[in-house]
Design a protein around this ligand. Structure first.
Ligand code: TYD
Length: 205
């Protein structure tokens, strides 16, 4: 059986974790082995990088931030993702290079092509088979985060216009690569959303 690399993308608070759980359950019910992972923080080294990039108290310059995500990515892809794909497993990953292009490229206003290039270098060119973009109005997403009552990380704490740029960037990326992306309306019920995602993945199993 050949491996399958699926990534989930979208702004903060759009419901990626719920969908990752539902999709994992369904894939496992189909007899597949699923490695559910995330960036930043999908490896032991990545857990340390995640703490820095999300919770460092002082300033982090935009390029340093981009390189921290890229360092996390390089190690994670080499030590977790590629080995799982080589074993024929399904990797279901919360966030990948599109997050870097959206958050560091459009959010921090670095050059999007350069950010993509750095990510691809870090990952030795690995692109997902399918990327599911959960799209949601920025205010609705913020409402969900407020409701969850958790401590905001450095990115979540950014102003609304940052998150508006991130959302538009994701939509632009999806438009540029329609074969890789599935864009879903994250305002639907979790079950309806999960069914839409399953329909896209089922033919690939
Ligand atoms: P995430 O793990 O989704 O946060 P949470 O566990 O709080 O839901 O992602 C952490 C943050 O990192 C998120 O705000 C997006 C940001 N991020 C980037 O800015 N660039 C990247 O390349 C990645 C992978 C994430």
């Amino acid at each position: 059986m050949s491996g399958l690399f699926i990534t989930l993308e979208g702004g903060d608070g759009v419901g990626k974790s719920t969908q990752a759980r539902l999709l994992t359950e369904w894939l496992e019910s189909q007899g597949r082995t699923v490695v559910r992972t995330r960036e930043p923080g999908g490896s032991e080294l990545g857990v340390e990088i995640r703490e820095i990039v999300l919770h460092h108290r002082g300033d982090i310059s935009p390029r340093a931030e981009a390189l921290l995500y890229a360092a996390d990515r390089a190690h994670h892809i080499a030590t977790v993702v590629r080995p799982a794909l080589a074993r024929g497993e399904i990797v279901l990953q919360d966030r990948y290079l599109d997050s870097s292009v959206a958050y560091q490229g459009s959010g921090r206003i670095l050059d999007a092509d350069e950010i993509r290039g750095i990510s691809l270098w870090a990952a030795e060119g690995l692109l997902p088979d399918v990327t599911v973009l959960l799209d949601l109005d920025v205010e609705a997403a913020r409402g969900r985060l407020d409701g969850a009552n958790k401590r905001f990380d450095r990115l979540e704490a950014e102003a609304q216009d940052f998150h508006l740029r991130v959302r538009q960037a994701f939509l632009g990326l999806a438009e540029a690569e329609p074969d890789r992306f599935l864009v879903v309306d994250a305002g639907q019920t979790p079950e309806a959303l999960a069914a839409e995602i399953r329909d896209r993945i089922a033919p690939l199993l």
